[in-house]
Design a protein around this ligand. Structure first.
Ligand SMILES: [Zn+2]
Length: 193
């Protein structure tokens, strides 16, 4: 019995139909194999390939976590400034990812990783955030500080819906409005609608 393997990737419907047609033609010359056999087999193989690829594809949280971790690089920049201890990554509603690290300075001029990522996003012409991940030097995910919460709330009238990762393993998230209830600026957004 000849057999086929699907190395990788997913067969399109057209490719599946073509494969079934050709296998049926060939097999009918050699032996009587019903077409249903190929339909079932190819569908099973293709579905399994689909499933495998789906499981291997990192989701948004994994992509954001990897992006944030990638920029962590704790270092002393000068006797006054340390940077890179915290890495943050934000995904915009358009699906782009921007990163930033914390910059700690003397005289309280510093900036958190989240706000640095936001500055990066704004520099690139976007302002609507969908998801946020921030990672400390220990690799653990943390929720944004009060200043960053406020900063994000002022960015967009729908900022309350921003999802923030609290735990990568369990994919536990929280929305910004849950972290900053009864926000003072809601009325101003409503006036400008
Ligand atoms: Zn902050």
């Amino acid at each position: 019995m000849p057999y086929i393997t699907v190395e990788s990737g997913v067969l399109s419907d057209e490719q599946k139909e073509e494969l079934i047609k050709r296998l049926t033609e060939v097999s009918s010359e050699i032996m009587k194999v019903p077409q249903e056999f190929f339909v079932t087999t190819i569908k099973e193989v293709s579905d399994k390939a689909d499933e495998r690829i789906e499981n291997q594809t990192p989701d948004d949280w994994e992509r954001l976590y990897a992006a944030a971790k990638n920029v962590i690089n704790p270092r002393e920049i000068s006797p006054f400034i340390e940077a890179g201890g915290v890495g943050a990554a934000i995904m915009t509603k358009e699906g782009n990812i921007y990163t930033g690290v914390c910059i700690d300075t003397a005289s309280t001029l510093g900036m958190c990783g989240e706000r640095n990522a936001i500055a990066n996003m704004i520099t690139n012409g976007e302002s609507r955030i969908a998801k946020v991940v921030a990672i400390g030097p220990d690799g653990k995910v943390g929720s944004p500080c009060g200043a960053c919460r406020e900063y994000m709330m002022q960015l967009d009238k729908n900022s309350g819906d921003i999802e923030i990762l609290l735990d990568l393993e369990t994919r536990k998230t929280i929305t910004l409005k849950e972290l900053i209830p009864d926000w003072w600026g809601t009325a101003r957004f409503e006036e400008t609608l």
